[in-house]
Design a protein around this ligand. Structure first.
Ligand SMILES: Cc1cc2nc3c(=O)[nH]c(=O)nc-3n(C[C@H](O)[C@H](O)[C@H](O)COP(=O)(O)OP(=O)(O)OC[C@H]3O[C@@H](n4cnc5c(N)ncnc54)[C@H](O)[C@@H]3O)c2cc1C
Length: 367
């Protein structure tokens, strides 16, 4: 009987495995992919979609079509729970599915529920929300200057702020007045010379950075900080970091301090060798990793090799996270900030490099 490989989540770390479904099936492995949507959005280009540089088709993979064209099965549904002892998954629809080997790439969410009391916000995950936020800005900017608030002080907040500003100026829009509620410190984790350029570009766009206090409440457009200050905005984005998908804690599997599925150097659950995972949803026990797409991308070939090896009883390959990764921030309007191994610069060339790399990634996996 054919072995059953189930890929849960059609995310960045499963791209190579999904591109090889035809080969896997020809080796007698039945492949099923489970995802909530027929398309997966490439996060690196999400802020560029908000700022009007890309349209949704430029930055999304038609994952259902990619799977089905190779003879795999795509189930439009979401994972709810894993019964690892029975090798069984329960989906949001209530349906169940069994596996011989399963790999999880179900990403992360923005934990903004604690501060959101009422009203609408666009959290930066899933990336599709940025398209909805863009539409709202475009609609409002036809009439008036739009007050946009971005809650969060890291790279996603910087990119969303810069691209909201760019969006408000499109199509004769009246523009956006953007504010970043950055918590204690804006861009606290980047080197000083990167920080300096982030502040410069934001200042050039008239983007205000509010520091020194965290947001404690968002209530129908009113943002309140712990120190008592409050502001109102027409459109609000939340970019307060990410937490791994809660499906693993819900299922009683071993998780790291952030709730990510614990995996060993083979990207494999130590307790359940038929379970693997990649991307934001894992906790890589050897060396906790930043929640950046770079690692999900680097995990691709290892996941494919190890899923196949596990099904065939062959030795597994270790994952090497690699050294420093390239940082390029898209600040909107074709400008970026580049940083790698002590080299830092800002401007059009920085964005051009990011655009080139991101488009190459899309071309590689888009059918
Ligand atoms: C605005 C923004 C910009 C960013 N820019 C960059 C960048 O330039 N470079 C970089 O390296 N990183 C960037 N990141 C970080 C990057 O988004 C993440 O590290 C990356 O998305 C992780 O990929 P992933 O495949 O693990 O998760 P995701 O991209 O979140 O993909 C997870 C997939 O799983 C699916 N899924 C979710 N829940 C379920 C479920 N219950 N059942 C089944 N499927 C499910 C989702 O639909 C999705 O397709 C950015 C993040 C944000 C928010």
């Amino acid at each position: 009987m054919n072995k059953h490989l189930v890929l849960v989540g059609a995310g960045h770390a499963h791209m190579t495995a999904m591109a090889h479904i035809k080969d896997l099936q020809s080796q007698g492995i039945k492949v099923t992919v489970i995802g909530p949507s027929s398309h997966h959005y490439y996060s690196g280009m999400g802020p560029g979609m908000l700022g009007g540089t890309y349209n949704p088709t430029d930055i999304s993979f038609p994952v259902q079509q990619m799977v089905e064209a190779q003879g795999g099965t795509f189930i439009t549904d979401s994972l709810e729970r894993i019964a690892a002892d029975r090798r069984e998954l329960t989906l949001a629809s209530g349906n169940t599915i069994t596996y011989d080997v399963a790999s999880f790439n179900i990403g992360s969410h923005v934990p903004d529920a604690e501060v959101l009391k009422a009203g609408e916000v666009f959290s930066v995950k899933p990336i599709e929300n940025l398209q909805a936020g863009r539409q709202r800005i475009l609609d409002l900017a036809r009439q008036n200057v739009v007050k946009v608030g971005v809650v969060g002080g890291g790279p996603a907040a910087l990119e969303v702020a810069g691209n909201s500003w760019a969006c408000g100026r499109e199509k004769d829009g009246k523009g956006c007045q953007v504010r970043i509620y950055a918590g204690k410190h804006f861009m606290a984790k980047v080197p000083a010379k990167v920080h300096k350029r982030c502040v410069q570009i934001m200042a050039k766009r008239g983007i205000e950075i509010i520091e020194g206090s965290y947001v404690t409440e968002i209530n129908n457009g009113k943002v309140t900080l712990a120190d008592g200050r409050s502001f109102t905005d027409d459109v609000l984005f939340t970019a307060v970091g990410v937490r791994p998908n809660p499906a693993f804690t819900r299922s009683g599997l071993e998780t790291g301090p952030d709730g990510g599925l614990v995996v060993n150097k083979f990207l494999q659950s130590p307790k359940y060798p038929e379970i693997f995972g990649g991307g934001d949803c894992i906790y890589f026990a050897d060396q906790p990793l930043d929640k950046v797409g770079v690692y999900a991308v680097r995990q691709n070939p290892v996941l494919l090799a190890n899923l196949q090896a596990q099904l065939e009883g062959k030795p597994l390959m270790p994952f090497d996270p690699g050294g420093d990764y390239l940082l390029i921030f898209n600040c909107g309007d074709g400008e970026g900030i580049f940083h790698k191994r002590g080299v830092t610069f800002k401007g059009r060339l920085a964005f051009w490099i990011k655009d080139y790399i991101d488009r190459a990634f899309m071309r590689h996996f888009q059918p």
